[in-house]
Unconditional design. Sequence first.
Lengths: 77, 408
Amino acid sequence: MDALTPLSYEEALEKLEQAIDALQDGRLDLDRALKYYEEGMKLAQYCQDLLQKAELRVQQLRVTDDGKLESEPLDLA
Amino acid sequence: MLFPELEPEPSADWSVTQTVRYLKDLLETDEELQGIRVHGEISGCKVVSSGHCYFTLKDAEAQLQCVFFKHARLRSSAPELRDGMAVAASGRFSLYERDGKLQLYVEQIELVGEGALATRFEQLRARLKAEGLFDEERKRPLPIAPVVVGIVTSLQAAALHDMLRVLRTRYPLTEVVIAPSLVQGSEAPAAIVQALDRLNEHGEAEVIIVARGGGSIEELWAFNEEVVARAISRSRIPVISGVGHETDFTIADFVADYRASTPTAAATKAVPNIVDLQQTLQESQEQLEVLIEDVLLRCREDLEQAARQLERESPRSRLERLQQQLDGTTETLQSEMQHRLALQQERLKGAALSLHSLSPLLTIARGFSVVRRASEQSIVTSVSQVQPGDELAIEVTDGQISARVMTH
């Protein structure tokens, strides 16, 4: 799971889809099939966890003194 | 003294021309009157063959003669004038010397009030539509699950809170980047344009929501301004508009890649629903289970097949096979032998039978006997074969009789 941590939800989802696609190839050897399966299950769980833990981040765009654009957290409460 | 030659002699009478020119001069040197905007209602409007347009501008208590020259008309963006229209006419005052008539020389006319906004709206809509800004082909697909959602709206607006609530509930994975902007008033259009451009420059948002809560047509007006429409159309990031209520349509709505009826609807459109995502993930997991089950089943089948094949090729089964072959052959051999034996027995029996039927013993048994010469055991079948005195052996059924030939 640690190896997955830097993945965004979208990246993880894409990898998950790739694992499913790979598993759908009927002539995979068992070893590789199991690897894809385990990876896919891990990714799905990782995505579920991300969804569960996600909290909306709200940023505000502002122009810095030297005219650059940057975003800073916005507290509306 | 500006025009000394026109200055009348004290107590001298003025000519008409002098008077008219003096008045004209007064008008044309008055700053206020040279750049004035007058509100009134059009009446007696006529366009003459030269293309110039004459009309009276009036309100409840007074009226003004106005002329709108063809060249000014063509330069302006004035709507087609009709009697009864409420307008703001901009121009300068002067005096038409020939008739001594005070006239407003119109440079620009704009409609005012409710009708004015509706007309401006229709004109801009028609123009931008003709330009192709509303074409379906221009509409870009929205991202399915944007990592960053940009929002252009006022930080104070209730609409913002509504949108954030929707985003938080539906898809808390996303990051919201707000480009704060005024959303009503004369400075709003420029502010909206700047906010849109900034989000594009910042470049992280994958979709932008331009939104404002409900309000009167005047309050929503910023979203009907051409600059806003152009900023939406040049945005590299797809734009969702969510302005006002269900029934409000703005120019921004027509240009946007997707028109949502309200800010809340816009936020809903911008992101997927987490419940659907969880469902999809669960389906993915189930699919993985099914797939790996298939793989395992296939492997098991392969294994069983291999085991069967191995079994077939094993020494033991070869031995068994050979044994079986041998058994088969032995059996064939035995049955062949028996067959032949039986055949031989049959033949023997037949031969014995024939032999028996030919046996002289049988003849003897019927009373015949065999006569042999005793000396040489040759069978005597004729008298010529014996001489008196020869010894004979006569064989009968139960033994032999010795005899001597007496005579013949």
